[in-house]
Design a binder for this molecule. Sequence first.
Ligand code: ATP
Length: 349
Amino acid sequence: MSIQIKQVSKSFGSFQALHSIDLTIKDGEFVAILGPSGCGKTTLLRILAGFEQPSSGEVLMDDLVVAGSGTLLPPEKRRIGMVFQSFALWPHMNVSEHIRFPIRTHKSTPSHIKNNEKNRIQEVLNMSGLSHLADRMPHELSGGQKQRVAIARAIAPQPSLLLMDEPLSSLDAMLRMDMRREIQQVHRNTGSAVVYVTHDQGEALAMADRIIVMKDGRIEQAGTPQEIYLRPETEFVARFVSKSNLVTGHWDDDVFMPKDGNNISWPGKQVGKYFKSHGLYPVRPDQFQLQPSGKAGILGEIVNVQFQGKEFHYDIRSDATRWEVISPLPFSLNDQVSLSLSSVSGEGV
Ligand code: ATP
């Protein structure tokens, strides 16, 4: 199913939560809506689901207006599945019954699925790794298993669009990593478009085909994970996604000279207009190269070290500025170092 969101705004009383959102989602695409708390992610998702009506603008699903212009197609008539942060399982139903319920009750369930209910339940149980738990009640399941049931329930009626609102945020860190893989697998198996709301940039970068970064009810930047990571267009995106360092200096066309860089210069063809007009260069923590002082670059002192397995996370002080740097090279507290740009910059991507 393709989705078009056209000039959608939403106000709650005098507060405007969404400002003229324009977004097209392709059939089968995995789109992450990424942004800080309160930026309007859930409101946009609820409008797609049909729980909220936009104050103005329209939503089209496969070219049919489902919201706006006086129309509001109710949630059960849209071919959507929803997964919430809280799992929202029904305490009196076992795992199989969770899968059976939407197949039976959703008005949009295709008839070939309704007529082969038993097969579909088995298929979804297998797909979700839940076959051995089919008779368990929710209180007999672990957090990860509950989340799998919530996803199985959502995909059972074969929705064309799967809406997920922070589905992993109540799981512990290890389980979140495993469930990322499972959600990617579900996406591949079902072919449904996915709209995945998160404030976790790692999740968005890892799973999505495209990331929509939102701020204060507006789209700040939309692009592939690589584009968002390597070529942020605004200071907000640079800082919110992987905490870019913003180096001050002077731009001469596409060449940047850091203020304290001892005459070094960095190529910057791909750096966004915003940074060029503000005399800034965004550098992700892993795009800095660290060398012992004495080499050309910005001089600094290591003021904090965290060992992270295959790399070190450093805080480096240079005059009044603090840089965050990730490097495989071991340095010690108080070491003097020089910072330059590594070849992993946005150039050429
Ligand atoms: P979070 O990550 O914290 O869930 P979010 O980005 O999903 O945040 P929304 O839940 O969409 O944000 O809320 C966007 C803004 O709209 C917030 O300021 C919120 O307080 C406000 N808002 C949401 N729903 C309502 C409502 N029913 N009435 C009034 N204000 C609301």
